[in-house]
Design a protein around this ligand. Structure first.
Ligand code: 13P
Ligand code: SF4
Length: 324
């Protein structure tokens, strides 16, 4: 880390102590941010960890929907997001009024359905949903919690939805949203990398389009990628189709392997521009000033109910019949 950033990092650590803060960081944050965090994780782990924070302040290094989720699941905490403009293309693709009208239209047409919503969505959209899922629990919720006699309206990520249709066999009405980062991987370059590294294992996030997933060995969210790589005993080359900061986390934990990012079609690094807004300087400033803060919004009440039953209350284990 350059000396000037070293100074900022030292300031952050001092402020963290004096303000009573816990720093949570998503795996898509820059390595220097993940390095400073108390907890790193995927969306599901960070949402669950937010409920266990004991300090009065949470600094959420991620995007707005993640910081809102932390606030909804632990309302007594002051939740800070270093840059409030850190949005998400999936959130933008699903305006709540448009979703509401679509649900009304389905109801008027006599369709019996439940709305399963990817956590990458606004709080208003969550409040209109039956379930909120992440890449880490989506399959479980679709398989085990949505009644078999209901259709599924899956919003907003069409690619994750299509992948879930294939893995669970449940038919879905898919919203037309996508992640601007995962949408633009170059399949041409991926195929070239596969030819250049014949023994490599390709891992891709289920937010990737079908043409990437078709050329993938392991389809997994970020936490599941860590679990998978952790099980590989001999040094392996991984070609990784997800936000490239994920490679920092993999390299840090399992340096014995080699990781190659898949380039995007427009540039060699397709980092998430929203995640990139959280710089060390902004983290320091938000700790020092106690702002920007996530304030409670009226829709948080309903969205909190949906989040709680979806992410924190696993269904009761099914008892084996007597004699088994
Ligand atoms: P996960 O954290 O579930 O892997 O999702 C990745 C993502 O795109 C977060 O914005
Ligand atoms: Fe949204 Fe994609 Fe960025 Fe995740 S990586 S925050 S899904 S735009």
């Amino acid at each position: 880390m350059p000396a000037v950033l070293d100074d900022v990092a030292a300031e952050i650590l001092d402020l963290k102590k004096s303000r009573g803060a816990t720093i949570l960081a998503h795996y898509y944050q820059e390595g220097e941010v993940q390095e400073l965090a108390d907890i790193t994780g995927d969306s599901l782990k960070l949402a669950r960890e937010a409920t266990k924070v004991e300090t009065p302040v949470i600094v959420f290094c991620g995007v707005l929907f993640m910081a809102e989720t932390a606030k909804m699941l632990n309302p007594a905490k002051k939740v800070l997001l270093p840059d409030l403009r850190a949005g998400c293309s999936l959130v933008d693709s699903c305006p709540p009024d448009k979703l509401f009208r679509y649900q009304e239209m389905l109801r008027e047409n006599g369709r019996k359905f439940q709305t399963v919503t990817y956590i990458n969505s606004s709080a208003k959209v969550k409040a209109l949903s039956d379930w909120v899922v992440t890449s880490g629990n989506a399959e479980d919720v679709v398989r085990n919690r949505v009644p078999a006699d209901c259709e599924i309206l899956f919003v907003p990520d069409q690619h994750l939805g299509r992948y879930l249709q294939q893995t669970t066999g449940r038919q879905m009405i898919l919203w037309n949203g996508s992640c601007m980062v995962h949408e633009i991987f170059s399949v041409h370059d991926l195929l070239k990398q596969k030819r250049q590294h014949p023994g490599a294992i390709v891992m891709a996030h289920p937010e990737c389009p079908a043409n990437v997933l078709e050329n993938t060995d392991v389809i997994a969210g970020t936490e599941a990628m860590i679990q998978f790589v952790g099980k590989q005993t001999s040094p392996t080359t991984f070609i990784v189709a997800t936000e490239p900061n994920m490679l920092w986390q993999l390299q840090n934990r399992f340096p014995q392997h080699t990781y190659l990012p898949v380039p995007g079609i427009t540039c060699s690094c397709n980092k998430c521009p929203h995640m990139a807004l959280n710089t060390l300087e902004k983290i320091r400033d938000c700790l020092r000033d106690g702002t920007p803060e996530i304030h409670w919004q009226p829709e948080f009440d309903k969205a909190r109910e949906v989040l709680t039953r979806s992410l924190l209350n696993p269904p009761p284990a099914v008892k084996a019949p007597a004699g088994d």
